[in-house]
Design a protein around this ligand. Structure first.
Ligand code: PLP
Length: 480
């Protein structure tokens, strides 16, 4: 297909035939006062059919979880049931305006309130704010609350401990809040090294941030002891619950000793992603931090639901109105539909699927830490390095087979990491196809390495200079 922009396709005249509207332009000109008449717009002149084809063909270049298997580690690209879309598109939701009177959107407030109750039940936390637009945004809220908590309690603390396997947003958030980040090492089992933790833990530590299961997909078995140690020094324990899939209905962060956590609705609760845009995340807290939540909070008053702006030590507002409300509708629909039993099945299936891939592929692609994993598994492609092939090349070759590349080079502690999260929504047939393709690629590396080295062959965009694309992105179109 042509890579021309619609501006470049502009023929200045259009020869296609579309029946003209019943109101003639000339009449309109007579009806509308001169000063309100629209000027001739400088937009391409193309027939309707050409415009439709242009955009549909562009849309076909999209790679999506609706079209292909998308086993992206850590970022949970699970299938989003279409019934969620249907419910989020109900007129009563779509045509709400945030400046309407409170009594006009009681139903919307009830939905947010009920969703908060569900999330509290699921995680054990006391309250949630759902106004955040992404995981990173919720982390910012959480870290700001931790900071204010220590300020109010006059604790002089300026360090945040983060494992070396952590998601990049963890140290970034701590740094943005003015904290010094201290890295704690992982041990040979891929878990927090307790000796190292004891070394770095002192009274200056404001918080420790942990993901459990961690980014290797492994459950931190010493979590109770970690919590005790951090709390003994007056620190708080932050849970990165971006991907809570494998623990739904199995355990709760409060049981594990966490004080504050975020949940990515766009990962765990099957709503569309969209960094800082149409995503949504919740920040949950136990009783220690309830007074610090962002405002407004949705509450149930005597005369109905209301927005409470009076939260004693609130960090303030972090999002306009009440966040990405229609994303909350989708997550609410998802939870209602699954119920307790369904959520539990999510946890079991996401774990079974990842272990199935691990066991089927580990003979060919060594597992970073070969222990039973939870919802994701990290392979290492280091052994192919001598043939000039690493995680990048294997990920690119997967595109030729219609599979989205898994996360690569993360977590940073694994050389040539290939991080795979199949999610619970995929069938065994899809997993078997992935396994078959991975074995095929292994064969190719041994027989015809150039096939893998120079992949992808079938995609619209081939290999790009990734460093240059990252450092000097050219995002502007200029007329030639
Ligand atoms: C995705 C993710 C985040 C950040 O969430 P965004 O919505 O992408 O900002 C944080 N931590 C972990 C472990 C994640 O997987």
């Amino acid at each position: 297909m042509s890579s021309k922009l619609i501006f470049e396709k502009d023929k200045k005249v259009t020869s296609s035939y579309i029946p003209s509207p019943s109101i003639k332009i000339k009449e309109a000109k007579e009806l509308i006062p001169q000063e309100f008449l629209r000027q001739q717009l400088d937009i391409p002149s193309l027939g309707e059919a050409e415009v439709v084809r242009h955009y549909l063909n562009l849309a076909k270049l999209n790679f999506s979880v609706d079209t292909n298997f998308y086993p992206l580690g850590s970022c949970t690209m699970k299938y989003n049931p279409k019934v969620n879309e249907e419910l989020a598109n109900l007129e009563g939701f779509v045509y709400l305006h945030p400046y309407q009177n409170l009594k006009d959107f009681q139903g919307a407030l009830e939905l947010v309130y009920s969703l908060e109750q569900f999330l509290c039940k699921i995680t054990g936390m006391q309250r949630f704010s759902l106004q955040l637009a992404s995981g990173a945004h919720a982390e910012l809220a959480g870290m700001l609350m931790i900071k204010k908590y220590h300020q109010v309690h006059k604790n002089n603390k300026f360090k945040v401990i983060i494992p070396d396997s952590a998601h990049g947003t963890n140290p970034a958030t701590a740094t943005m809040c003015g904290y010094q980040t201290i890295t704690v090492r992982s041990n040979a089992q891929g878990l927090v090294d307790m000796d190292d933790l004891n070394k770095v833990l002192d009274g200056e530590v404001a918080a420790m941030v942990l993901t459990n299961p961690n980014t290797l997909g492994l459950f931190e078995e010493d979590i109770l002891e970690i919590g005790e140690l951090v709390h003994k020094r007056g620190g708080l324990l932050y849970y990165d619950g971006a991907n809570f899939n494998p623990l739904l209905g199995i355990s709760t962060p409060t049981l594990m000793g966490f004080d504050v956590m975020h949940l990515n609705l766009h990962k765990t609760f099957s709503t569309p992603h969209g960094s800082g845009g149409p995503g949504a995340a919740g920040i949950g807290v136990n009783e220690r931090l309830v007074d610090f939540l962002p405002v407004p909070l949705v509450e149930k008053g005597k005369k109905g639901f209301l927005l409470n702006y009076k939260v004693k030590n609130s960090i303030g507002r972090l999002r306009t109105f009440y966040g990405n409300f229609l994303v909350l509708v989708r997550a609410y629909a998802y939870i209602l539909r699954l119920g307790r039993e369904g959520l539990y099945r999510v946890a079991i299936n996401s774990t079974v699927n990842a272990n199935y891939l691990k066991e089927s592929l580990k003979k060919y692609y060594p597992v970073a830490i070969d222990r039973p994993c939870m919802h994701e598994v990290v392979f290492s492609c280091q052994k192919y390095k001598e043939k000039g092939i690493g995680a990048t090349e294997i990920a690119k070759r997967l595109i030729d087979y219609g599979i989205h590349p898994p996360t690569i080079h993360f977590p940073l502690i694994v050389k040539e990491a290939l991080m795979v999260e199949p999610t619970e929504t995929e069938s065994k047939e899809t997993l078997d196809y992935f396994i078959q393709v991975m074995l095929e690629i292994d064969k190719e590396i041994n027989s015809e390495p150039s096939k893998v080295k120079n992949a992808p062959w079938n995609s619209y965009v081939k290999r790009i200079d990734e460093v240059k694309a990252g450092r000097q992105p050219d995002l502007c179109w200029r007329p030639s």
